[in-house]
Design a protein around this ligand. Structure first.
Ligand code: IPE
Ligand code: IPE
Ligand code: MG
Length: 243
């Protein structure tokens, strides 16, 4: 059973398997993405209900541009549609929308819709929903190293002040705590360039269902699994530490 007292503060999800879900149903891939949007709604609602503070969703990676043009276009259209349609629901649930990634490279029309959604939800104090869009973790690290190096070069930062906290503060996720739980659907056991620095000590739960099938029960299942893990952070567990 899930313990409501130790719900992770920050959950990150690699929403995978939309294409395979559609293929099994003999539908075009885009129908899988469309169905996946329904899972996003369900998981956002569930996180709000469970008291999760931050939810980061991997929605489009910097590598996803290599997909067929028609699929990329359909994904962008779906994203715009989602932003426009969901804002009201987000406001009703007190959800603040945020995003990480190279947003300036997204199509203008998507950027515009994002700005509107950011502004309209800016005052909400409940769940922070962070969409990873055109996101790639290595690129994020490269960007932050460049910014830090520029500061050092300009004598605004000393070499000795570079530590883990400083690096964290130069990442896109500077304002958010690290996720304690990372979920990936569709059974794939890989990270695919997602939050490499931030998940150093996250518990990883890979689930054997496609993203369009994901609902609140699956989130609860993943949280239960997380709560049953022994997080040691390089130390020894509580039971053997008294030996
Ligand atoms: C995840 O589903 C959604 C995005 C990457 C946008 P996929 O589209 O990767 O689905 P599969 O992995 O091909 O089944
Ligand atoms: C990761 O899924 C990216 C998103 C969920 C947005 P992919 O389907 O793109 O990753 P790979 O190709 O399995 O590594
Ligand atoms: Mg995939």
């Amino acid at each position: 059973m899930m313990n409501s007292e130790t719900i992770p503060k920050h959950i990150a999800i690699i929403m995978d398997g939309n294409g395979r879900w559609a293929k099994e149903k003999k539908l075009p891939r885009i129908e899988g993405h469309r169905a996946g949007a329904e899972s996003v709604r369900a998981v956002v609602r569930a996180c709000g209900e469970l008291g999760v503070e931050y939810l980061t969703l991997y929605a489009f990676s910097s590598e996803n541009w290599s997909r067929p043009k028609a699929e990329v276009n359909a994904l962008m259209t779906l994203l715009k549609f989602f932003l426009k349609k969901e804002v009201e629901e987000l406001n009703k649930n007190n959800v603040q929308l945020l995003a990480i990634g190279a947003l300036e490279e997204l199509p203008e029309s998507v950027q515009k819709e994002l700005q509107i959604a950011f502004e309209k939800t800016a005052k909400n104090t409940g769940l922070k929903l962070i969409l990873a869009l055109n996101y790639g973790s290595r690129r994020e690290i490269v960007d932050s190293v460049r910014k830090i190096a520029t500061e050092v070069e300009g004598n605004r930062l000393s070499l000795s002040s570079i530590d883990e906290d400083l690096i964290s503060s130069y990442l896109y996720t500077a304002d958010y705590p690290d996720p304690e739980l990372l979920i990936r659907t569709s059974g794939e056991k890989r990270i695919s360039n997602f939050l490499l620095w931030q998940i150093s000590y996250a518990e990883i739960v890979v689930m054997d269902l496609y993203w369009p099938e994901f609902r609140k029960v699956h989130l609860q299942e993943a949280i239960t699994e997380f709560q049953n893990r022994q997080r040691r952070f390089g130390g020894v567990d509580a039971i053997s530490s008294s030996d």
